[in-house]
Write a protein that binds this ligand. Structure first.
Ligand code: GTP
Ligand code: GTP
Ligand code: MG
Ligand code: MG
Lengths: 293, 272
């Protein structure tokens, strides 16, 4: 555990609670390794450690803490500050229906998130959602969302006769108005951030429905590649935040720090299970502790 | 970069970054950086050639047991969304193209529309599929599928299972049970158990392999989604550490987007 590793680093320290350049740099090597093991992108980890080093060197001594505890506190607080940037809640302004557009890589958890989000919005915000099946590519994607919508008690819209998701999205908005849904959640096909055609399609879907919220659904098991995905999706969609999934596993979740550091956007929700209740509002303190291990 | 001759500090620094970026992890990266200069000077190799030798040397060889059981039964396991169902379809397509009478079975009776997804692949590829309604015992589906394959003279059976995270002991127990039940349906089956991993997976790859290996005997690894920008280095590191060979890689969502693992190509692409 990091606390143990740091206490080992500081074991030979003779002074009382004073951080020197030498022992700070030893500690920061352990911190950087811990961040890398947690899947934080190596460039993000490098910058993070430089910034923490400056804070440690410039800071005043906290006499109640051991040197190791002081370093951990500096690192923990900096981590929370980075993760908590931006508002973690959903923002719906103007008249309904309000649209949430989900996007992300293949298998990240979008379809399941659509249903879980509808459930969460119903329970916590008393919202009535229409789930829209705009993945016309994956076999049985429409069926999957339809089953999940039923489980969530949400409305469902699809059009199996067309091949253009933009068309489905537009029709769904009209349907939402007619049936007075206050929220529309659009599920899209998984796509690679480097697939120009599919990224163009995503932008067309976005422009057709003008979402209040665009959420990148990011697999919590992702390693170094998280920065590439985050940057490319942000360039094309200008998303408002992300959902970090599969965090009921034992992944440390460093992809979250990578995401926050390179996009400056908030993580809004965390996926903690496959069931309809498996979505929680994001908690920066909890995630910071998990990343540091 | 990586010219011939003695590797300089700048080249080594760039290499270290490339290995970290490929998800090799800091431990294996340090090992490579330590072993590489000596190997390059000893064998008179440039940095890139030396790297290829070191990396290839770290990969366990595929050691499929001898014998030609009919049907040869393969069980596919892995975490949620890693690409198992699509892998079952792609491997079945490969075997059918080689002239083998192939059956696919959906032992994922948990996730919404799992059976429908594999059934659609069966229609698309003209390969028969065994499915059962959501909530059926997965062992029962696997048992029936293998028994039917034996009775009807199939050459290959691919059994799809539900995604699960390796820290869920109950779900790993369920997987062990499915494995046991397949063995009751046909002695010696399943003959292959492949763990499917997403190419963009981070250091959790090690926990995934450890968890799944504790539940079922893994014979090989499949890395999917290598058509993205991820390099699959965490799977490489895990294969090296646990001695499990990488056997197939996935490079797209189509029925033909899977190929036999090529260590030369893979290790070459690791540092881009
Ligand atoms: N344990 C766990 N599983 C999850 C979580 N979120 C999603 N899943 C599972 O991950 C798998 C993939 O989820 P999907 O919702 O189908 O992912 P997707 O992004 O829609 O996939 P594509 O449409 O193919 O791109 C499914 O088995 C889900 O049940 C989570 O937070 N925890
Ligand atoms: N780009 C790309 N996408 C892939 C690849 N392999 C699978 N996919 C996609 O990844 C998504 C998930 O694939 P599935 O086969 O449903 O994954 P799974 O492991 O069966 O998922 P669960 O059963 O929900 O755990 C789908 O959208 C697939 O088309 C690959 O090699 N490249
Ligand atoms: Mg989906
Ligand atoms: Mg599946």
């Amino acid at each position: 555990r990091l606390a143990e590793r740091l206490s080992e680093t500081f074991r030979t320290l003779s002074g009382r609670g004073v951080l020197t350049e030498g022992n700070i740099s030893d500690a920061m090597r352990e911190i950087r390794r811990a961040l890398l093991e947690a899947d934080v992108n190596f460039k993000v980890a490098g910058r993070f450690v430089s910034e923490a080093t400056e804070k440690a060197l410039g800071g005043k001594v906290l006499k109640s803490l051991t040197p190791g505890q002081q370093v951990i506190k500096i690192v923990h607080d900096q981590l929370v500050e980075l993760l908590a940037s931006g508002s973690s809640s959903l923002h719906f302004t103007g008249s309904p229906p309000h649209v949430v557009l989900l996007c992300g890589l293949q298998g990240s958890g979008k379809t399941t998130t659509a249903a879980r989000l509808a459930w969460w919005l119903a329970r916590k915000k008393n919202r009535r959602s229409l789930l829209v099946a705009c993945d016309l590519q994956r076999p049985a994607a429409i069926d999957q969302l339809e089953v999940m919508a039923k489980k969530a008690g949400a409305g469902f819209y699809c059009n199996r006769a067309v091949s253009d998701p933009v068309l489905v999205a537009r029709e769904a908005i009209n349907q939402a108005r007619l049936q007075q849904y206050d929220t529309v959640i659009v599920d899209t096909a998984g796509r690679l951030h480097v697939d120009q055609e599919l990224m163009d399609e995503l932008v067309r879907v976005r422009d057709a429905v003008k979402p209040e919220e665009i959420l990148l659904v990011l697999d919590g098991l992702t390693g170094q590649d998280a920065v590439n995905v985050a940057v490319k999706f942000q360039e094309r969609t200008g998303f408002t935040g992300s959902v970090l999934t599969k965090m009921d596993g034992d992944s440390r979740g460093g992809a979250a720090l990578s995401f926050a550091a390179v996009t400056g956007r908030p993580i809004k929700f965390v996926g903690v299970g496959e069931g309809i209740e498996g979505l929680e509002a994001f908690d920066a303190e909890r995630l910071a502790g998990r990343i540091l291990g | 970069f990586f010219g011939k001759g003695v590797p300089n500090a700048a080249d080594m620094a760039m290499l270290e970054e490339a290995l970290l970026e490929a998800d090799l992890g800091w431990k294996l990266t340090e090992k490579v950086m330590t072993d590489l200069p000596a190997l390059c000077s000893k064998q008179g190799l440039g940095l890139r050639e030396g790297l290829a030798v070191v990396l290839r040397g770290m990969l366990p060889a595929n050691a499929d047991p001898p014998g030609d059981p009919r049907p040869l039964v393969t069980m596919i396991v892995g975490v949620n969304g890693s690409g198992k169902t699509t892998t079952v379809a792609r491997l079945a397509a490969m075997e059918k193209a080689r002239g083998f009478k192939t059956l696919m079975a959906c032992a994922d009776t948990f996730r919404a529309a799992a059976g429908e997804q594999l059934a659609l692949w069966g229609t698309r590829l003209d390969i028969p599929v065994v499915t059962r309604p959501e909530g059926t015992d997965p062992g029962a589906v696997a048992f029936d599928a293998v028994a039917s394959a034996v009775a009807r003279g199939f050459d290959r059976v691919f059994v799809d299972t539900a995604g699960r995270l390796p820290n869920r002991k109950g779900l790993l127990d369920e997987l062990s049970k499915v494995h046991r039940v397949i063995g009751k349906s046909m002695e010696g089956a399943p003959h292959r158990v492949l763990l499917v991993l997403d190419g963009s997976v981070g250091q959790n790859a090690l926990q995934q392999a450890g968890g799944f290996a504790s539940a079922v005997p893994l014979t090989g690894l499949v890395i999917t989604k290598l058509d993205g920008t991820a390099k699959g280095g965490a799977v490489f590191a895990m294969a090296h550490e646990l001695g499990i060979p990488i056997v197939f890689i996935g490079t797209g969502e189509g029925g033909g987007d899977m190929s036999v693992f090529d260590p030369v190509e893979f290790t070459g692409a690791l540092v881009g």
